[in-house]
Write a new protein. Structure first.
Length: 90
């Protein structure tokens, strides 16, 4: 368990502790990810992907401390605004 990744909008049926989060600010960095998503679970590791051109959103891969934490984030934050952000994430 915990080997696959899951997209916040649905994705794999198998539970995973790794979550792909889209529609983040274009200047997203690991500090921002740990600060925002650390409020929802233990961030074991993360990779921030900044936008490559103006108007593009950022994204991140976030590995949480457990599949339960990751599932909670997917269930509760998909399409919603995480604390510390101005726009909904997917």
């Amino acid at each position: 368990p915990g080997e696959g990744s899951r997209k916040a909008g649905g994705g794999m049926a198998e539970s995973s502790d790794n979550v792909y989060i889209a529609d983040l600010p274009g200047d997203v960095d690991e500090n921002m990810i740990r600060t925002i998503f650390g409020a929802y679970g233990t961030v074991v590791s993360c990779k921030a992907m900044q936008s490559k051109f103006p108007g593009q959103k950022g994204a991140a891969l976030v590995r949480f401390g457990s599949t339960d934490e990751a599932t909670w984030v997917v269930t509760n934050l998909n399409g919603n605004i995480a604390e510390g952000l101005a726009e909904p994430v997917k």
